[in-house]
Design a binder for this molecule. Structure first.
Ligand code: HEM
Length: 130
């Protein structure tokens, strides 16, 4: 049997009371027929409808029995790639690093020049005195 995969976008299409899918630990479950039986109530499941409900599910500390019930409603694997796309945020690069290194290299050139000029000035003035 070929494995069906669901993206987060596909999962989000099933968020109505008459059509509820949730993802828990990267597996997608159709819990439409379960919501009326849920000991925790319909409301909490409706809040997680069409989403990755792993955190909500684990925060409650569901029993092994709850996990077994879940297996009956399995429909597909959650597409890992679609998850990563959502989480990917551009990292702002700090320009300060390159700026400070160029300031550093400028100083490395200027300081020896000043030292040579100082030495020559000293030599010149002492030659005048002699
Ligand atoms: C979608 C799959 C879910 C299944 C199969 C499921 C199943 C169950 C079961 C069997 C119980 C009874 C206690 C236990 O055996 O642990 C329970 C309780 C509970 N569930 Fe879920 N649950 C699901 C999702 C959720 C989600 C997403 C939430 C979100 C917060 C939630 C919140 C609760 C709460 C608060 C209780 C405690 C009810 C009480 O003790 O008064 N459940 N659930």
């Amino acid at each position: 049997m070929a494995t069906t995969t669901f993206s987060l976008a596909q999962l989000a299409e099933h968020s109505q009371k008459k059509d509820i899918y949730v993802a828990i630990h990267n597996k997608v479950y159709n819990v439409t027929s379960f919501i009326e039986e849920h000991p925790g109530g319909e409301e909490v499941l409706l809040d997680e409808a069409g989403k990755d409900a792993t955190e909500a599910f684990e925060d409650i500390g569901h029993s092994d029995e709850a996990r077994e019930i879940l297996e009956k409603y399995y429909v597909a694997e959650l597409d890992e790639a679609s998850k990563k796309d959502v989480k990917k945020t551009p990292i702002a690069r700090a320009p300060a690093a390159s700026e400070s290194s160029s300031t550093g290299s400028a100083l490395r050139v200027v300081i020896p020049i000043l030292a040579v000029l100082g030495y020559l000035a000293y030599k010149y003035t002492s030659a005048q005195r002699a």
